[in-house]
Design a protein around this ligand. Structure first.
Ligand code: PLP
Ligand code: 3DJ
Length: 427
């Protein structure tokens, strides 16, 4: 890198060139903060705030009639939002529903798709997946009375990355179902969804993905690839608030399947208020809903999705790649090559990188605390990962530059050693 490329003036120039820069002013960025935790909780936008206010106004004005009246009637909202989410995951509108939480949706889909039979009894997953997914899969193994060995967990390689080939080699005749993340939450590695899906299907195995760390950060092609099912949350790059209602996708070739777990919101909407038994399920992904949608937790999603469409996911991905690459270059120059320690676990290739950078440092806990105090918000994942997610809708290149300068200065002066090595309760 030339000297010019490493200056703050260059960061300012990149901001001027940035076609998405105007979105930043539509977000509330906490005062004095360089926010890099959009991969855990995206920031509130003014659009989302207004959308939540509209939901409160509808409740105030229409009371029970809010289900069918008002600007965004609640009864069909999960389907409407499913349609709005579909382009982000590359699905048909009927294949997506906004419902539940990531973990709950995973349970409903495991209950539908994991049916150990004959010699096909095992679930294939990986040790680096988010713990909630591992707990969910383990609980289904137990529900079916299967031994723990039926949860086959692939280990990462010596660089902390997952090898697609190792996963494919483990797709044996005893595997009934595979669940993998699209982007590994700690390393930021992006999975080759097409390669893995084609390999699974060639061996007669059902495959699903957890898109929590890729939805809103990069485009997907779930339908065309033929992925069987997927789940995700809307509170990271979709910016719809803590605990926002999540999403799920089921390929249309499975829409004749009965939901493994059922509830009345999975009804054919025209029949739901017949209150009849047994259930007449919807003929779309809608059937994987359970109970009443939490409207206030769903209210921000329409506005947030519209903003993503306005920005365009291809442009978002292009900026995300440029920003993570820029962050890597600065961290490499000002920290790693400056002998201040640390390394970057996230793959360098664009095709293998999601939306965040995993910087590993032996002082990660102390750094995480010192950075918060000095206005930089990454997050910490044990044992020594700091994750930095530039969110293309609101992170500037100058934010990235300033954050790296603070990291480098902390390490040079050792100020972070003043903080305890115990991680915070929520980190
Ligand atoms: C990959 C992944 N799956 C599942 C979850 C858990 O989702 P939830 O707590 O919303 O069910 C998270 C984040 O918390 C995650 O990153
Ligand atoms: N869901 C979270 C929460 O309720 C509190 C704090 C953080 C989260 C997260 O989303 C963590 C995130 N999934 C991760 O990748 O670690």
């Amino acid at each position: 890198m030339t000297d010019q490329a490493l200056t703050r003036a260059e960061a300012a120039r990149l901001d001027i060139e940035d076609k998405l820069s105007s979105f930043r002013e539509r977000f509330y960025i906490p005062d004095g903060t360089l926010y890099f935790d959009g991969n855990s909780l995206g920031l509130l936008s003014k659009d989302a705030e207004a959308s939540v206010q509209r939901a409160l106004d509808a409740w105030k004005t229409y009371a029970i009639d809010g289900w069918t009246k008002g600007p965004e009637p609640w009864f069909h909202l999960p389907e409407t939002l499913g349609g709005l989410s579909a382009p982000l995951v590359g699905a048909l509108p009927s294949e997506v529903i906004v419902s539940g939480s990531t973990t709950v949706n995973l349970h409903t889909l495991l209950a539908t798709f994991y049916r150990p039979t004959g010699t096909r009894t095992k679930i294939l997953a990986d040790r680096e997946n988010f713990p909630s997914d591992l707990y969910a899969m383990h609980s289904h193994i137990q529900l079916h009375g299967r031994p723990d060995e039926d949860l086959v967990l692939i280990e990462p390689d010596e660089n902390g990355l997952m090898s697609e080939q190792t996963i494919i080699d483990a797709m044996q005749d005893d595997i009934a179902l595979i669940l993998l993340p699209s982007v590994w939450y700690k390393s930021g590695q992006l999975a080759d969804i097409r390669l893995l899906t084609e390999a699974a299907h060639a061996r007669g195995i059902v495959i699903g993905f957890d898109l929590a760390h890729s939805i809103g950060a990069l485009p997907h092609e779930l339908h065309d690839i033929g992925v069987d099912f997927a789940v995700w949350c809307n509170y990271k790059y979709v910016n719809s608030g803590p605990g926002a209602t999540a999403g799920l996708y089921v390929h249309e070739r499975h829409h004749d399947k009965a939901p493994g777990l059922a509830g009345w919101f999975g009804s054919d909407k025209d029949r739901q208020f017949d209150m009849a038994f047994p259930l007449t399920p919807a003929r779309s992904a809608s059937k994987w809903q359970l109970g009443t949608p939490p409207i206030l937790a769903t209210a921000a999603i329409a506005a947030s999705l519209k903003m993503l469409h306005e920005a365009d996911i291809t442009a978002i991905r292009a900026k995300s790649l440029q920003q993570t690459s820029y962050l890597r270059k600065l961290l490499t120059h000002f920290v790693i090559d400056a002998d201040l320690g640390g390394n970057i676990r996230t793959p360098i290739e664009d095709s293998r990188r999601g939306g965040h950078i995993a910087f590993e440092h032996e002082d990660a806990v102390q750094l995480a605390k010192a950075l918060r105090v000095e206005g930089v918000v990454p997050d910490f994942r044990p044992p020594y990962t700091l994750r930095f997610a530039p969110a293309p809708l609101y992170t500037s290149y100058q934010d990235i530059y300033d954050a790296v300068m603070i990291i480098s200065d902390l390490l040079k002066t050792g100020r972070h050693h003043a903080y305890s090595k115990e991680r915070d309760v929520v980190s």
